[in-house]
Design a protein around this ligand. Structure first.
Ligand SMILES: *[C@@H]1O[C@H](CO)[C@@H](O)[C@H](O)[C@H]1NC(C)=O
Ligand SMILES: *[C@@H]1O[C@H](CO)[C@@H](O)[C@H](O)[C@H]1NC(C)=O
Ligand SMILES: *[C@@H]1O[C@H](CO)[C@@H](O)[C@H](O)[C@H]1NC(C)=O
Length: 431
């Protein structure tokens, strides 16, 4: 009796003792981003952590352990609500896939947040962990830096090259396709060349044009001493990635890059009545389709084509006959449903559920105070050091220099020796 009471108290003490204060900062996001990671913060709250969520998007669910700081609805700047969002028009211009072009609306959204009183007041509070976003949120890094505590970054899609660069993970352009390019991981020579050129252009644009505008905003609000976005991002303990092998390609991951794709999958609830009636009354099942519009959606649909579980139709070019033909193809060719089933099994086959994985790593970083053991010194190497180009250069130069010296020496030896031989030979010949 007494013992079990003691045990209960002890367990209560343990669970309270493990409660941490977590702040998650998103200054720019889409509703789909919120949907993808909300279950994680909800679960952290359920486990007794005190979570503060800063997001431009309002929550769909409340929790006693969650404090929300949102933009007033009229100010909300997201991909869906901004001027940027005329996707039909944008798609014609072919520029919509490049999220960097959203720079001005990202800055707009950041400024609205940074000017909010609640956001400024938060800086005086202490947090055990900050969770930021590794895509389109670089202008929140100056703010995040103010808290001087451990940082975890979320990646709503397979990590962009900038993000893997921050943490020193390599992403060889030979088999890691750009999210903005058109290829699978199996590229021929010209595709590899295109992939390399596109990603190089993108990287230069990102570091020379996009990042300086973000650095400028961070320094405007937090002073000229604020470290650069790159330096703050390099300090991240971990990146949690919303992706999975079933719907992506294998690529090198460091121990601080963790796939948690599917953490938003929860046990199915019954469908709303009208949808249930519609679905249930269909004799031969029903067809659900979505169309690529922007961001990573083109990449995803290409994965679907490459892995043969879907077909792409270009939004502006759909006609009754192409739509019908595609639907027929997917319905009639059994490979599509077969692949879908196979990949579904791959997606579910894991050591732990992705939500538990994500919670585990978040608590791990808190327990190990930033978990520096996960960090590779690769983060601090420049391009030439990372690929040992400096070493190869020195070795090649040494080799060439020794060849040069050897050949010169040989020549010298020969010329010193030969005059005695040759003239005499000639003399012999002449005589
Ligand atoms: C969470 O933290 C906030 C801010 O410090 C505090 O006001 C609130 O009482 C805390 N909530 C819980 C459940 O500890
Ligand atoms: C930041 O935190 C570390 C401990 O984690 C401490 O040593 C350092 O002084 C702090 N820096 C500032 C500017 O508060
Ligand atoms: C890196 O993180 C540590 C705490 O984990 C903090 O003290 C330090 O100021 C951070 N450095 C930068 C450049 O953000």
């Amino acid at each position: 009796m007494h013992f079990s009471k003691f045990l209960a108290l002890f367990l209560l003490y343990l669970s309270v003792g493990q409660s941490s204060k977590i702040l998650t900062v998103t200054f720019f996001a889409s509703k789909s981003f919120r949907n993808a990671f909300d279950p994680l913060f909800f679960e952290l709250a359920e486990r007794g952590h005190n979570v503060t969520i800063v997001s431009p998007i309002n929550p769909s669910q409340k929790h006693a352990n969650i404090r929300e700081i949102n933009l007033p609805p009229k100010e909300i700047q997201s991909l869906e609500t901004s001027k940027f969002s005329n996707f039909f028009e944008r798609r014609k211009e072919k520029e919509v896939t490049n999220i960097i072009l959203a720079g001005p609306i990202i800055l707009d959204s950041c400024r609205q947040f940074l000017e909010m009183k609640a956001i400024q007041e938060l800086i005086s509070e202490k947090f055990d962990l900050i969770v930021g976003v590794g895509l389109g949120n670089e202008c929140s890094f100056g703010y995040i830096h103010q808290f001087n505590t451990s940082l975890i970054l979320l990646s709503p899609i397979t990590p962009i090259f900038a993000l893997t660069d921050f943490i020193g993970a390599s992403a060889p352009r030979s088999f890691v396709p750009s999210i903005f390019g058109g290829y699978s991981d199996n590229m021929n020579f010209f595709e590899r060349m295109d992939n390399l050129l596109k990603t190089t252009w993108y990287t230069l644009y990102y570091s020379w044009i996009y990042l300086p505008t973000m650095d400028a905003m961070n320094r405007e609000f937090f002073g000229p001493e604020t470290p650069s976005v790159v330096d703050i991002a390099k300090n991240t303990s971990l990146v949690l990635v919303n992706s999975h092998l079933a719907v992506n390609y294998p690529r090198p991951f460091m121990p601080d890059l963790i796939d948690v794709g599917g953490l938003y999958c929860r046990p199915a609830k019954p469908l709303p009545k009208d949808i249930e009636d519609f679905v249930g009354s269909a004799q031969d099942g029903f067809i659900y389709f979505r169309i690529p519009m922007f961001g990573d959606q083109d990449y995803n649909v290409r994965v679907a084509e490459n892995k043969q579980f879907g077909l792409k139709l270009e939004l502006g070019e759909i006609t009754e006959s192409t739509l019908m033909a595609s639907i027929k193809q997917v319905l009639d060719d059994p490979k599509y449903s077969q692949t879908a089933k196979t990949l579904s099994n791959v997606f579910r086959d894991r050591i732990t559920q992705p939500l538990d994985t994500a919670v585990y790593w978040i608590e791990y970083v808190i327990r190990h105070r930033g978990a520096p053991q996960l960090r590779s010194p690769a983060r601090d190497l420049n391009f030439f050091q990372y690929y040992c180009i400096d070493v190869v250069f020195v070795l090649l130069s040494t080799l060439l220099a020794s060849f040069y010296v050897a050949s010169k020496t040989l020549k010298l030896i020969l010329t010193t020796l030969s005059p005695k031989v040759e003239p005499s030979k000639k003399k012999v010949k002449v005589k």
